[in-house]
Design a protein around this ligand. Structure first.
Ligand SMILES: [Fe+2]
Ligand SMILES: [Fe+2]
Length: 449
């Protein structure tokens, strides 16, 4: 399919359309058309000969995916991806779906990103999409908020041609971006290295928004946009979509609300948000990474997500000090250099939190154990019980890996290649064993993507 053919995305839920759009856009340059129902989609298919590929949900009011498929099969037979909550056998009217066009694919929710992208690549010929130099695209609406004239900026005229619209360090007209936006241009392009610089600056801005945020809600929102950006742009895979962000956001709010019934814990959580900095950032980031790992490993039920959210929020609740909560291991220099009472605080914060959680019957079973294991390591060098990989639980190890990765993200810039290599080395040497292995592999994939 050529790059100017349009992709039609059909789903009645705006969030899903948005997620699919982000995934497709970050990989392909084709224009996208969206429809909210099967009947609306059929109208577009009738009127727009430029549509070359269909991506549709099944269950929708006002014309389901089966109806769109029928219309397409009779009239156009464009490649068709059907995304459903069930199995093909649940949908009798789409019998023969896979046979009617060799590129047709059937996907179940939640979407397996890797298989999905691979199939997309098959449909869309990647070769002619590659610009003539190594570049990355950024949505104008986001870019113009942060651009200060420091990079050459391009727009795309055709598959092969990028045209410079702003020369770096030379003053540009204020309406430059709106002029192109008015013409319908949505993306600008940057050289690969400029993109890296841009994204790392943007992340530090988002990070400082987290620092400045006052209320719990602001902090959670600011952290969410950071993680969303890190995962969707740096990693460029759209790993955590806006639907998931919302889901996690609701889960966090639910947990915090429930904790309000426990005076001691809720006082400590409010204090934690007041302390801010690393303490809050790594705790919130851990929620997102835990969710990401659960999804990648296939056990993302709501109850598991809830447990991990509680664990993320409460694991360092008895060590309300950003410097101390940033000490992960007792064999580190950071720990060695501390005075004795502070060392004691680090050693004791785990059991103190476990006791608080055990005394609250409204916190789900299993949370205390995840917290108990959050500083254990596969080789037995962790604390407080020096467990090895053979004795740590699946959720405990997953949470530890989420914390180790949050620690890396909270302390380093993504663009710092040395820090990244060191972190990858740490994961490779210590964590690729037993229950730690799978979550570690997922983080490695994320870093190497
Ligand atoms: Fe801790
Ligand atoms: Fe921690």
């Amino acid at each position: 399919m050529s790059t100017d053919k349009k992709i039609l995305i059909i789903d009645d839920e705006d969030d899903i359309v948005e997620i699919l759009q982000v995934i497709v856009e970050s990989h392909f340059d084709n224009p996208i058309v969206t429809a909210k129902s099967g009947n609306e989609a059929i109208k577009y298919l009738r009127e727009d000969p430029e549509i070359g590929f269909i991506l549709s949900d099944y269950s929708m009011p006002d014309g389901n995916g089966g109806k769109v498929y029928e219309y397409n099969k009779e009239n156009l037979n464009l490649p068709f991806f059907l995304i459903t909550g069930g199995y093909t056998s649940d949908y009798p009217e789409i019998a023969g779906f896979l046979n009617s066009e060799p590129l047709n694919r059937f996907f179940q929710k939640p979407l397996d990103d890797e298989a999905f992208l691979k199939a997309l690549e098959e449909v869309i010929n990647l070769e002619i999409q590659k610009p003539t130099f190594s570049s990355r695209r950024v949505r104008i609406s986001c870019f113009k908020k942060y651009y200060k004239g420091e990079y050459d900026v391009f727009i795309k005229l055709s598959d092969e041609k990028l045209v410079k619209i702003i020369e770096k360090n030379i003053e540009f007209a204020e309406n430059t971006f709106s002029k192109y936006e008015k013409k319908g241009t949505q993306f600008i392009y940057l050289f690969e290295d400029d993109y890296k610089d841009f994204s790392s600056k943007l992340i530090s801005q988002l990070m400082s928004a987290i620092e400045k945020a006052k209320s719990e809600e602001d902090i959670i929102n600011a952290t969410a946009s950071t993680v969303e950006f890190i995962s969707s742009d740096i990693v460029n895979q759209g790993q955590i979509g806006s639907e998931e962000i919302k889901l996690i956001d609701n889960c966090v709010k639910g947990c915090l609300k429930n904790l309000k019934n426990d005076k001691k814990i809720s006082d400590l959580t409010s204090d934690m948000f007041k302390v801010g900095g690393y303490l809050v950032r790594h705790s919130i980031t851990a929620i997102y990474l835990s969710q990401y790992l659960c999804r990648s490993l296939g056990f993302n039920t709501e109850s598991v997500l809830e447990k991990l959210t509680y664990a993320s929020l409460l694991h360092d609740i008895c060590i309300l000090d950003s410097d101390l909560s940033a000490v992960l291991f007792l064999d580190s220099d950071e720990f060695e250099n501390l005075e004795r009472p502070r060392k004691k605080q680090i050693r004791e914060h785990i059991l103190q939190a476990v006791n608080l959680v055990n005394n609250n019957s409204s916190i789900p079973d299993g949370v205390a154990n995840i917290i108990h294991e959050h500083h254990e390591r596969p080789d037995g060098s962790g604390f407080p019980r020096s467990l090895t990989h053979a004795n740590v639980s699946a959720l405990g190890s997953l949470f530890h890996i989420a914390l180790v990765a949050s620690d890396y993200l909270s302390k380093n810039k993504i663009s710092d290649a040395t820090a990244k290599l060191q972190f990858i080395e740490l994961l490779n040497t210590i964590y690729l064993v037993g229950v730690y292995k799978k979550p570690t592999e997922e983080i490695l994939k994320l870093l190497e993507a």
